[in-house]
Design a protein around this ligand. Structure first.
Ligand SMILES: [Zn+2]
Length: 148
C-alpha cells in the first residue's frame, strides 16, 4: 500500500498527543486506553513501547492518512501474564521496583510467575487474566505490543 508520508516515532507521539488534546479524549481513550478505570479521570496515553505498526494504525484512524512510522521501539520488559513487552521496570523485591500494571492485560506485576497462584493484589490468578484475554479478543489489539 502506498504511504502518504514517513515519520519518526517522536513525531507520531507528538501528532497523537496533539490530536488527543483537540478531539474528545473520551472517544480516543476508547481506542487507545486498554484499562481505563473510573478512578482514572485524567486520560493519559502511554505509547512507550508500542509497535510502529500500531502507531501507523492509530494515525490512519484519526487522520485518514497512510503514514509509515519508523524508529527504534523503546525496550520494555515482558509481562509475566500476557508476555507482551509492556512493563517499564522489572519486579525486584529488594530494590522495591516493579508493581507495574500491564496496559495490555491489566495484570499488576508482583513477581508471580505461577499461573495458578491467587494474588490478592490482582484479585485473581494469571490464568484468570489469560482467560479474560482469550474470551474478549476484540477488546485487545494484538499488534499493539511486541513479544520477545
Ligand atoms: Zn500483560
Amino acid at each position: 500500500m502506498k504511504k502518504d508520508m514517513i515519520i519518526t516515532r517522536e513525531k507520531a507521539f507528538k501528532l497523537i498527543k496533539l490530536i488527543q488534546d483537540i478531539v474528545n479524549t473520551r472517544d480516543l481513550s476508547m481506542y487507545l486506553g486498554d484499562y481505563l478505570t473510573k478512578e482514572k479521570v485524567e486520560f493519559e496515553v502511554n505509547l512507550s513501547g508500542v509497535s510502529n505498526g500500531f502507531l501507523s494504525e492509530v494515525i490512519r484512524t484519526i487522520t485518514g492518512y497512510e503514514v509509515e512510522v519508523y524508529g527504534e521501539v523503546e525496550e520494555l520488559f515482558p509481562c509475566p501474564c500476557c508476555g507482551f513487552k509492556t512493563l517499564t521496570e522489572r519486579f525486584d523485591l529488594k530494590e522495591g521496583t516493579g508493581y507495574d500494571i500491564c496496559p495490555y492485560c491489566g495484570w499488576e506485576d508482583d513477581g508471580t510467575t505461577d499461573i495458578e497462584s491467587y494474588r490478592s493484589i490482582n484479585r485473581g490468578r494469571i490464568l484468570d487474566y489469560r482467560n479474560k484475554i482469550s474470551n474478549n479478543a476484540n477488546k485487545y489489539y494484538l499488534n499493539k505490543w511486541l513479544k520477545e
